[in-house]
Write a protein that binds this ligand. Sequence first.
Ligand code: GTP
Ligand code: MG
Length: 218
Amino acid sequence: MASANESRQSQKDAVDQNFDYMFKLLIIGNSSVGKTSFLFRYADDSFTSAFVSTVGIDFKVKTVYRNNKRVKLQIWDTAGQERYRTITTAYYRGAMGFLLTYDITNQESFNAVQDWATQIKTYSWDNAQVILVGNKCDLEDDRVVPTEEGRRLSDELGFEFFEASAKDNINVKQVFERLVDIICEKMNESLDSDPTVMNNKTPTLNESPPPSQGGCAC
Ligand code: GTP
Ligand code: MG
């Protein structure tokens, strides 16, 4: 469970206006791959083995320090169930980064990765950065997707790749930090090649979130 201190910190982060950048990130992938668990582990350092499937969409806020900058992350946790697809894809717009998640013990969730990548291409900004995450790597005995398969697919799609575990807290922080870093790298590249790019093509860095569908801990 999250401590009272962590919870207070998370609430403080949500209202804190003192930041250099705000990045909107989305976690997507099939139902039950562990998207909500991944976010709770990162934002609150908590994990529960109970499965409460997400309804619609929710978000949490966390501020990180990277390269001497305060970066406020607005992290949207989407429902994996097909019936929420229309709602969730509406939130892809303006997202600067995606965690495309599958479950290494669930072949179907891996087979769906290509479709999720197509959704990103269809609904998001062209320069959105994507990391492919094979979650539940603590369940080695139940593994059905070899690490090499994940890496091969990520190469094919042009995404970076991590295996991770929300349960055992493996690579969770690293995945988010890497995503922030590649977004920053991309931003710098765009600024170098065209100094007007921030005004014309990229999403506003500190734009307000769209209205939340459900209550969240922020
Ligand atoms: P939807 O909200 O329906 O899209 O699902 P989700 O992707 O948010 O899945 P959720 O985080 O609710 O996790 C589904 C189940 O997997 C829960 O029972 C979690 O406890 C479990 N789970 C999540 N991450 C891990 C992990 O890293 N290891 C193990 N062993 N179980 C995990
Ligand atoms: Mg969920």
